[in-house]
Ligand binder design. Structure first.
Ligand SMILES: *Cc1c(COP(=O)(O)O)cnc(C)c1O
Length: 250
């Protein structure tokens, strides 16, 4: 095992221990799933994580993710020493409608559906991709990203306002090729994440009352995973505490 794999293994173990401790502290019988966010890190790291048993990968930019997913798929296909299914790709970033065609080709879940127009674009893209491949693809898991800022800013960056969740949920649930999978949010800056995730948990309960299949609650990043676990997160999106600090270009 190379040095980087040893580092990733040790970081993963530490994160898994934190998740376990948080779940025990919250008295949860279930365990949230770990999505490792690999943005700004190369396909080689995704392949190392895959060997270490990571099955779910998160990315936030289509251009970067599309290339990486292709490279990972190609290597897994070619390298006979690798076993196990390919990772499941979760798209977690802001998404323009013109990227829908690309995203549906590698992602099995989109956590950042924040408007009806995007839901419609994803449905159309998924239907088209399925027809081209002439097979019966799984529907695309769609999570509604909720803006937890108070008041919601409606600036197209932080998700949909809480009062618009219902309408968007109906659109997704009715769309061919999409499956309404749950809610996603990022804790707002400058607020206790526990308070924000508590509001998110209430919104999730309300959504579940109408759509019992929408079980995913995607919340919690490196800094606030404990608060998210305490408030019922089913999927955690962890980047830097597994991979290290990101080197932003420029
Ligand atoms: C980058 C990112 C994460 C991971 O954040 P870390 O602080 O690196 O754990 C989670 N969610 C979203 C939406 C992200 O863009």
């Amino acid at each position: 095992m190379d040095e980087r794999s040893i580092e990733l293994r040790s970081n993963l173990a530490a994160v898994r221990t934190r998740i376990e401790d948080a779940a025990l502290a919250a008295g949860r019988a279930d365990r949230p799933e770990l999505i490792v966010v690999t943005k700004y890190f190369p396909a080689a790291d995704v392949l190392r994580l895959h060997r270490l048993g990571v099955t779910q990968i998160g990315e936030n930019k289509d251009q970067e993710a599309a290339g990486k997913a292709a490279e990972v798929a190609e290597t897994l296909h070619r390298d006979a020493t690798r076993s196990g299914p390919p990772p499941r790709w979760h798209f977690i970033g802001q998404l323009q409608t013109n990227k829908a065609n690309s995203v549906v080709r590698y992602a099995s879940a989109v956590h950042s559906v924040d408007r009806i127009k995007l839901a419609n674009a994803l449905a159309k893209a998924h239907t088209r991709a399925t027809a081209e491949h002439d097979d019966v693809a799984d529907p695309l898991d769609c999570l509604i990203q909720v803006d937890l800022r108070q008041p919601a800013q409606g600036d197209g960056r932080g998700g949909t306002a809480p009062e618009l969740v219902d309408q968007l949920a109906e659109t997704i649930a009715a769309a061919q090729g999409l499956r309404l999978a749950g809610l996603m949010a990022v804790a707002p800056l400058g607020e206790d994440p526990g308070a924000a995730f508590e509001r998110l948990a209430i919104l999730h309960q309300e959504l579940l009352a109408q759509h019992p299949e929408a079980r995913m609650l995607s919340a919690g990043m490196s800094q606030d995973l404990e608060a998210a676990v305490a408030h019922g997160a089913t999927h955690l999106r962890i980047g830097r505490d597994v991979l290290g600090e990101r080197q932003y270009p420029g």
